[in-house]
Design a protein around this ligand. Sequence first.
Ligand code: ADP
Length: 955
Amino acid sequence: MQDQSSKIVLEQISHLTLTAPTDEIYHASVAWFEQLGLRAILTETSADTKATWLQLFCEETSTHDPAIKIAYSPSGLRKLPHSTKMDWRSVPAIATIITNTLKAIEELFASLPWAYQRYSIPSKDPLAQSEYSAIYTHDPMNNLLIFTDKPNPFASKKKTETAHHVEAEHTETQRPQFQALEQPDGRKRKIAILTSGGDAPGMNASVRGVVRAAIVRGCDAYAVHEGYQGLVDGGKMIKKMGWDDVQGYLTTGGTVIGTARCKAFRERPGRLSAAKNLVLEGIDALIVCGGDGSLTGADLFRAEWPSLLEELVNTGELTQEQVEPFSNLNIVGLVGSIDNDMACTDITIGAVTCLHRICESIDSISSTASSHSRAFVVEVMGRHCGWLALMAGIATGADFIFIPERPPSGEDWQDNMCAEIKRHRDLGKRKTIVIVCEGAIDSNLNPITAKDLADLLTDHLHLDTRMTILGHVQRGGVPCAFDRNLATMQGVEAVEAVLASRPDVPSPMIAMNENKIVRTDLMKAVALTGEVAKAIARKDFIGAMELRDPAFNQQYDQFIATTLSSNERSLLTHDKENCQPLRIGIINVGAPAGGMNAAVRAAVRYARNRGHIPFAIHNGFPGLIAGQVKEMQWMDVDGWMAHGGSELGTNRDQPSLDLGMVSYQLQKFNIQSLLLIGGFEAYTACLEMYNARESYPAFCMPMVHIPATISNNVPGTEYSLGCDTSLNAIMEACDAIKQSATASRKRVFVVEVHGGKSGFLAVMSGLAVGATSVYIPEEGISLTRLQKDVAHLCQRYAEDAEGKSQGRVFIRSEAASRTYTTDIVSAIIKEEGHQQFDSRTAILGHIQQGNSPSPLDRVRAMRLAVCSIDFMEEKACLSSSSSSSASSASSSGPVVYNKDPDSISVAGIHGSNVSFTSVEALLKSTDMKNRKPTQTWWMDYKRSCNLLARRTDLL
Ligand code: ADP
């Protein structure tokens, strides 16, 4: 173009790569584009194919490094341009070129024998001739191009900016955190990660988190292969990692970069060699993901570091100048261990996935055990730590467990166990499951083996007994959602810890305490971990239990209290002399959620063991109104731990359907406490009954709401039952969708998930599956945001290796926007992808409720149910001792009358505690209109989700 003021931008992209099949067409194309103001340069000539590659730069981006590459490679010259008779607007174009010299371009085309089509969109403004115009034409390679003066909202903020520019603008001004860190000497920091010791599912997610967070923070990331052995060997074992090198890591079990048990590193010469290799690579920060052994080695390495460098200089292996910049070695520990045996952290990477594998196996064993009326003794891993055995025992409803920290009491424990199992059999149980930790011992420290127990059951009870040693199946498989997110968050935090580290501060270990990712003192944690084994060795079992995480002790007692059938000591009157047993109604309200049945089971069994009488209220409030109330026995809930859905029946109806009848039926059955297990509807039901207490004294009794909804939108708790099951269901679906998208190449899936007005499910599943974009109601969706997403996609697909484009997933929460529906978002992506990628939708719907509840939901259900019954006892005891002016309760049974606002509460999980908050107090922190808490604790997960998808534009 002759006009010096002409401005042309390629829509969404900074340059375009095309293929000219012959020299002649290449030269013709260069001349043609240059006439239009687009600069074409030869970048590569392939001798084999005789193809010439040329890249076109628009004026504005000509100085830019061609970082963005459009993945466009036609197999050859299109035979003919599209017929001039057809409307070219219906044909996908390879690029849209926005220009303010459209008139000049048309004049040029008119002066040449060049076919083009011109369209004008009339303006609503009568003074303007047209809103915009577009010229469609083919270049000499027969590619369809659009020239337009349309101010397209997807082009950029300013009309003539490229996506590249917009990107740069945001990364400079909108990054409060995660910005690239400049070193004072201009050197890039080099951070290495290794995985060591026993492998654990989720280790790969932590490697991915470390690599990507390091890159975003302007550091170079390295992976040391084969654990410490790679450090000792150096060379090819230490590899620089790029962004895409960790693609697919989320879904892979074990550790891709390998792990090993390295004898050499235990000796100083091995560590000397490791130090030399790190200096030679220029690495001064090491993140170690492993168990206590690996972390001990890491801290020793750091402590020895100055002396190792000195020795390397003295022996002439390295020069003083070489070691000078590396006077300190930063070490950060990540705990990867399936055993959950590390002190100072509530959970370790891999333990929950391992629990999934154990529960899947025992659920399968249970059905065959039931069929043949057999007993099974199942040995699980855990070495000196009984966490896996205890949690598996709770989650599968086992009859007995054996763990190292709490050996069976008394010399006659074998007789006690047999007597208990016989009681269960007499009650009608057809199966017996005994779980034994591989390190289980008796109180004299003699090992208790699976074989001993199997022999015992066969010889004493004459049960048809089988033994299953689960072995390495427990370590393997796809990591669960919890581990992916834990490992990712901890990986990101490890990089932050490296960047914040100082020589005078002890090495940190990244831990999870009270549902928060925190830094703790690595060596203290290692030392405390060793204390458990020492406490066991000196038979201080109480001390050993106390060294475990805060919930461990309580959960063990709760397991016993919900598993063993009633005995005198478990009765309420044994520890609360003045209290009377209660008649407890149990009702499900709202949509089904994983763990509802597990909560009912635990409540029924614990209530019965305490001497209370539990009643099932079937089919929610309509069922109660219809009098569908039935006493429940210990065996009625057998096997319910593993059942999904709601065995009692559930629906969304509220007591206001007929408050009078609800009150009448509660009085008729003399229900003295009510346990509601359900979602936001259960919360509003509690509120309705609370507000109606004046008119209906029957509601003046203790009521507890156990939150159970996949949306996790109930106030007063960090987690509701069902949300973990749902996350895993969404994750599995998205893994499959992503796999399909990757196989199809160049496909984006917009996946719609539940959650109501809460973005919890979308964010947590987005992080677990590595979503490129997550839309949540808390943020909404805007055109600007869609524009960024499309620009990001263009960039990412352009960077993908030729022919290997990744499938990508967007997660859209169902209520993220009324306007930008899942279909519309997908259509926009497809349209703007201009053949570079296309888009499909997947609306997951009710499969998100999952099938069998996840182990975490089962364990949480048991804990909440037991604590809720305790809470009811406390409130009922209070009212019976303080209130003589008793109520309207019927003549049978004790009087319970409690008007105290606290007597209707939500049972919530807060960190490692269960606590109760009155429904009235929770009103202050509840957004009733949008049916969710006013505060969200999980927004940090959203930030990490953006970070891991390289969305620095959204940080
Ligand atoms: P885990 O990390 O799972 O506890 P190990 O105890 O086997 O597994 O430790 C893994 C590796 O960590 C060992 O093979 C060794 O290379 C290194 N390591 C463990 N303990 C030490 C130590 N005290 N000193 C040096 N290196 C150690």
